[in-house]
Design a protein around this ligand. Structure first.
Ligand code: CDP
Length: 241
């Protein structure tokens, strides 16, 4: 018998908490679309840098966010990518992960006008259902009605270690201390901003993944998906009115 499953799943959490890996696996298992919203903010930051826009120019950045052509595609290259990101047709999958983008993306993403310009795009992608969406504010702002909300967390040291290993695996030079410092800074900006700050939605399930392998994390999340109907029933009974 087919299980009843949430048609939209939100995965939020700080940098390198495993949202992309987990979201990709979950979407694959469910036959859903995986959409990593961090790509939008990264693509805008990357394009702004290429066009020489100042990171303090909110109006120009918001205009760019409204018009920039950003596409996520099924990859035709097998170099460890989960998807191919194109900006105006150009493959920028790895360029948007570089340190220069990391340094400015949380400044760009804190602007309310930029976030507003991206909100409808994100909702349109999720409108048909059967989607796993990852980011910082998916459960709180973009898809407050998501059927299942996961907030993935891990200590900054564990997350920096994971990011360090990822960079090394791609053959890029990486300095652990620098990654840790930069990540803490980005997390602080993401948590402290006024527009859609990073925080778990009240109805999110928080998973702390230090010491858990990706398989173990996936198993926990899969159990949540499988028990979804049952758990919702329970919550409804426990919260009368
Ligand atoms: O991959 P990583 O976890 O390092 O970051 P990301 O998910 O690619 O997101 C990059 C940045 O975009 C974050 O640090 C946030 O500043 C911003 N972002 C956001 O504000 N809202 C989202 N829904 C997703 C990302």
């Amino acid at each position: 018998m087919a299980h009843s499953r949430p048609s939209t799943i939100a995965i939020d959490g700080p940098a390198a908490s495993g949202k992309t890996t987990l979201g990709g696996l979950l979407a694959e298992r469910l036959g859903y679309l995986f959409f990593d919203t961090g790509v939008l903010y990264r693509a805008i930051t990357w394009a702004a840098q290429g066009r020489g826009l100042n990171s303090s120019d909110e109006a120009a950045l918001a205009a760019l966010a409204a018009e920039l052509k950003i596409d996520l595609e099924v990859p035709a290259v097998s170099d460890g990518r989960l998807y191919t990101v194109r900006v105006d047709g150009r493959d920028v999958t790895w360029e948007i992960r570089r340190a220069e983008v990391d340094r400015e993306v949380s400044i760009v993403s804190a602007y309310p006008q930029v976030r507003r310009a991206l909100l409808e795009r994100q909702r349109a992608i999720a409108a048909g259902g059967r989607v796993v969406m990852a980011g910082r504010d998916i459960g709180t702002v973009v898809l407050p009605e998501a059927g299942l909300k996961i907030y993935l967390d891990a200590s900054p040291e564990e997350r920096a270690r994971r990011r360090y290993l990822e960079l090394r695996a791609r053959g890029e030079s990486a300095d652990y201390q620098e990654i840790l410092a930069r990540m803490r800074q980005r997390d602080e900006l993401d948590r402290e901003r006024e527009a859609a700050p990073l925080r778990p939605a009240p109805d999110a399930i928080v998973l702390f993944t230090d010491g858990l392998s990706i398989e173990e994390t996936f198993a926990k999340v899969w159990a949540l998906v499988e028990n979804w109907r049952q758990r919702r029933g329970k919550i409804e009974v426990e919260e009368p009115g």
